[in-house]
Design a protein around this ligand. Sequence first.
Ligand code: GLN
Length: 544
Amino acid sequence: MKTATNKTKFIFVTGGVVSSLGKGTIAASIARLLKNSKNKVFLQKIDPYLNVDPGTISPAQHGEVFVTQDGAETDLDIGHYERMTNVELNKYSNITAGKIYSRLIEDERQGKFLGQTVQVIPHLSSSIVNAILGTVEKKDYDYMIVEIGGTVGDIELDPFIEALREIGLLLDKKQVLYIHTVLLPYLPITKELKTKPAQHSTRTLNQQGIHPNFIMCRSSVPIEKELLSKIAFFCNIKKENVFACEDAKSIYHVPLFLENQDIMLKIYNHFKVRKPVAEFKDFNNIISFIDNDKTKKIKIVLVGKYTESSDTYLSICESIKHSGFAAEVNVELKMVNSDSINEENIGEIISSHYGVIIPGGFGDRGIDGKIIAIKHCRENNIPILGICLGMQLMAVEFARNVLNLKNANSTEFDAHTQYPIINILEECDDKKVGHGGTLRLGNFNCEIKSDTQAFKIYNNNNITERHRHRYEFNNDFREQFEDNGLVCSGINTENQLVEILELPKNNFFIGCQFHPEFKSRPNTPSPLFYGLIEIVKKQNHLKE
Ligand code: GLN
């Protein structure tokens, strides 16, 4: 088993009472505050499910899959971490039970345990310890923030909590801080917040050998000081270490909300480190953008497949907000299920004042509605951004309705189409290479042609963006497309893959094979989203 590795300090964030408490936002906010004092931080999310990564889980169940620069398919919390801290994370940022178990069983099959009985404790728990401590090995991180997914008390979480307990023993006391996040439910009938579930959850954690140093109390209404003291008393921790964490106006308000309760001083005191000077300018700018009363409103319609929860398209939703901050407009996002779209209602759904986004996706459900939306935007010069599948469908629509290639399609939806406008990438063919983690993933370069809309938007000939796809634009059709006005303005020159398509005759009809949403940050919005928002703002202004 690994022992104390270096001087990296660990902050573990657990959750109790319910899931979806916003532990990720709390972990990211603390990381951001640490980074404001020039500390080198790294973040990690541990998910107790048995999938090796979330790439194979339906977004309707688990939300978006966030892709890191090195091509890992990770939990959406990694996106929160990157956006909040502006630290580029990697495949070590997301560990799942599936990853740990499969490696352990592989080792067992290779005889690495030399006749031992392989057990949850100590073998599984020490694999988890090694995965956490191994991440900081040979790295110079000052702080590593580790968020444990799920809810304390869940059976599947037990080996992970045990690993956190063991790390507390292995490392110096001054190197580990445990933060437990709990919910205080509000009872509208008696108009009070209840603390009992928080007490029980903390007791469960205590029984597993962990005594949290801090408790974060989430609630939908402001929390009285007496209530925090009550929780401190019953959970056996100092009252100044119980924090109120009420619903905030935006996630970007959370770091300062916590800092107003002196969280950093308390963290540094715990680690016996003198509190360094912190720089808040960047962050204050973001907050003032958000708080600034914006008079101008614009509407963006997202035509997607899973529109019940915004988690499915989380990074896109955040990217739109970032661009709205910079363009000083209030962006209202309307999610439309593409299944509900038809030729008759499209005019009502997408007015000429709006901007449209067709996000990425897999599988043929909802494709027809998206194609109808694309056609409507193309014919009426309505600004539209197609992302990954969105770009592929823009190409299919153009082939069918402008090039008159009847039944043109992507081979994802019609393997035998006469006009395979979008084709499978050989090396990603899941029939040959299997399903999990076999897409074209992560950072790839794109060369942008000068004198194109894409060039104006990026103001650069060379960009790098993140990818997650199996299919590509079929170069056999490139000439035919370009002869008819659809320009391939961005190309990956190493593999001759089309990365950006645009229709110069429209104000904004742009598709990208990559996912620009993964690189958007609150104070540096993604150029493509910003470009879209600016065009919509300008068009609305002219129509006023
Ligand atoms: N299903 C398409 C592909 O695999 C698009 C993927 C996506 O939108 N992320 O190429």
